[in-house]
Design a protein around this ligand. Structure first.
Ligand code: PMP
Length: 373
């Protein structure tokens, strides 16, 4: 099988599974317990916090471990300080775990603005500029779109925030960028940054939220007071440790260079066919979208899966729903949207696999197209 849906999830590192097992079967103590063994676990968890801060290139702030990015996004948005301001600004490109929280805030009576996307999938910075004011409480944007790979310019967003609503907090959904792009939160002053382990070869159901100033956050889960009271519930120790292993193991720079070459190969193959449209927006090399004239993406996806090639049709979380908010906002029409697939890489793939998958995609597309035309 050639798996090209790494934006949906990735395969765990085997060493991470071994480490998980160690913390599940041997060092299985509850980190909140009073005996020495438990204290050791607390220290191990603290070392993962340090690894993550290092990867984010930041000294100041805290890491709150959560049950994954959906929870981190909810925590950042619903738990962000109520500083007397009433307006929120969200990207139209946000993952449902952000977009649906925004919709909930709207139902609660807050003023919620959505920033449109440009044709290249990045947010429209001019539109953002027009929405910010001194009532803005929180701005939430995805660093990299999980649908298209478009990379938002965080520095530009931060500068607009500083100029027009300096008290507003900035939340970045970093799920598709953490451990994939070099992220420096010393240079970009996001207040919250979300990540999820299973997107970078860690386990599912564990992730976290970077918080620059803990005074800006309130808990949304109440209980035993773990994670300094910001996320009650016994820590997923094995998951956190396996995530830490992945963070340590991944060489972002090296992988990025390599994955770029994989994307270039795939784009060069797909571009040989005039009826195939690669959305090559110079986004993240890990994710790109492409649409195939006259053919339904679901049909193509199933047909290539039958030949051992796995691709996505948009975000796994939204693939069941009709339409696609993100692509629609970028200006694609219904037919084009229906023909879109998403290809997403990881550094485990080799170039021969990518070449083979590209050929299978083109061959299969032409077989289907001949039948439908
Ligand atoms: N944000 C983005 C950008 C994502 O791609 C995803 C996963 N598709 C999530 C949030 C949600 O992550 P999780 O399923 O781990 O909660």
């Amino acid at each position: 099988m050639i798996y090209l849906d790494n934006a949906a999830t990735t395969k765990m590192f085997e060493e991470g599974v071994d480490l998980y097992k160690k913390y599940a079967c041997h060092s299985f103590f509850n980190p909140s317990a009073g005996y020495g063994e438990a204290g050791e676990i607390k220290k191990d968890i603290a070392s993962v916090r340090r690894s993550i801060m290092k990867k984010l290139d930041v000294l100041q702030g805290d890491i709150i471990f959560t049950g994954g990015a959906t929870e981190s996004n909810n925590l950042a948005i619903m738990g962000s300080r109520r500083n007397g301001k009433t307006e929120y600004v969200f990207s139209m490109g946000g993952h449902p775990s952000v977009y649906n929280v925004a919709k909930e805030l709207e139902r609660m009576g807050f003023v919620v603005h959505f920033v449109n996307l440009q044709e290249n999938g990045q947010i429209d910075y001019k539109h953002l500029e027009s929405l910010l004011n001194d009532k803005t409480r929180l701005i939430s944007v995805e660093h990299i779109s999980n649908e298209t790979g478009a990379v938002n310019d965080l520095k530009q967003i931060e500068n607009l925030r500083d100029k027009l609503s300096p008290k507003a907090l900035l939340h970045v959904d970093g799920v598709q960028s953490f451990c994939k792009l070099n992220v420096s939160l010393s240079k970009v002053h996001a207040d919250f940054y979300t990540f999820s382990a299973h997107k970078f070869h860690g386990p599912k159901g564990v992730g976290g939220l970077y918080v620059r100033n803990i005074n800006n956050l309130k808990s949304i889960v109440f209980g035993g007071g773990q994670e300094e009271g910001f996320r009650s519930g016994t820590e997923n120790v094995g998951g956190i440790m396996a995530m830490g292993l992945a963070v340590e193991k991944i060489d972002v720079e090296k992988n990025l260079k390599y994955v770029k070459s994989l994307k270039e190969k795939m784009v060069s193959i797909l571009s040989q066919d005039n009826h195939v449209h690669v959305n090559d927006f110079e986004g993240s090399p890990y994710i790109f979208s492409v649409w195939f004239e006259d053919v339904n993406a679901e049909t193509l996806m199933r047909a290539v899966a039958g030949k051992g090639v796995i691709v996505g049709t948009g975000s796994a979380c939204s693939s069941k729903k009709a339409g696609n908010r993100v692509l629609e906002n970028m200006g694609f029409n219904k037919q084009q949207i229906k023909s879109h697939i998403r290809i997403s890489f990881c550094a485990d793939l080799n170039i021969e696999e990518v070449e083979k998958a590209g050929r299978i995609l083109l061959e299969t597309y032409n077989e289907i197209r001949e039948k439908v035309l």
